[in-house]
Design a protein around this ligand. Sequence first.
Ligand code: SAH
Length: 399
Amino acid sequence: MRVKTMYKNLYLKKGKEESLERFHPWIFSGAIHHIEGEPEEGEVVRVLTSEGDFIAVGHWQIGSIAVRVLDFEDKAVDGAYWEDRLRVAYDLRCAIGVAGHEKGNDTYRLVHGEGDCLPGLVVDVYGKTAVMQAHSVGMHVARHEIARALVAVTGGTVENVYYKSETTLPFKAELGQENGFIVGGSTENVAVENGLKFHIDWLKGQKTGFFVDQRDNRSLLEHYAHGRAVLNMFCYTGGFSVYAMRGGATLVHSVDSSAKAIDLTRANVELNFPGDARHEAYAEDAFKYLDAMGDQYDLIILDPPAFAKHKDALRQALKGYARLNAKAFSKIKPGGILFTFSCSQVVSKDHFRTAVFTAAAQSGRRVRILHQLHQPADHPVNIYHPEGEYLKGLVLYVE
Ligand code: SAH
């Protein structure tokens, strides 16, 4: 039943409702016939077929993706709406065992955009602080309502909301957005993941400050670390390094081209294993380091930044993955284990596997796939939006 709302009506061109009937949450600008009135960017609009039948409500924005669908029911998008949606997201995290009153873990992704039917919104929780990123103008406009709902649904565990959208919002929108707290203002920034402590630099760090998406893969790495000499390439905050140390690695070398990342890694190792001489960190380029190193490692992690951000960059990216992995295959000790990842959304699981296959074949080594990895359950993929799948990895045994 229609709730009376003041939202402007947007009419689609004939036949353009097809993908929406399959619950895909995006409407491209080319699909629009006309809009009644002139909505401001970030306004909620009602989407109707060419026949005038209601189909969805969503956030309007100027750009190729013109509407991000919030709901396929004719609803008001108000404070109660955000609470409902965020409660579903929070319950899901409690169900998978990362949120609530879980012992030893207060680090998780609470909202993963389309994966939580909240396109344009990302929220990561670090202890008592949630870091929120808007990727759409609509989510920016609703940020205060969303922040209030966040505090309400997390049962008192989240007390602060830091808003970090300076670099994620479309620059054309001229929103003059600055990063900062919109609820609370704690400087406490140590969060716990599976019993390990991490300094989270949400102020200056990449994304929301930490790569929550590797949690399960870091746990698997811990399982393999005992007695091994580990190289954590592209270490950023040192997540894999700290798990490797707890797993009983004989030595752990962390490498990242960013000196700041190396400082963060050292601080996180020190926080968990003070004065432990097994760890060393180097600020160096990955390719240079791999060329210069010897064959001392029997567990190597390669978790590079996205090599392809757009479809056009795909071919080059695949070459990059092949070149990088070939270096690891040529140096890893016999009986070694390679954890290799791609977080490029445009690189499919098959693409990535082919690139790694090419690298393995070049080395001539016998290579077996032990595990095929992906993003964790708190980064869910909406079945109607397969584009939400981005992280893939392989664990390989190299003879
Ligand atoms: N593995 C990390 C996330 C890696 S993010 C984790 O679990 O949290 C990618 C990292 O690669 C960034 O920290 C970036 O500084 C680093 N990087 C980018 N280009 C690099 C290069 N050419 N050599 C070494 N590190 C690089």
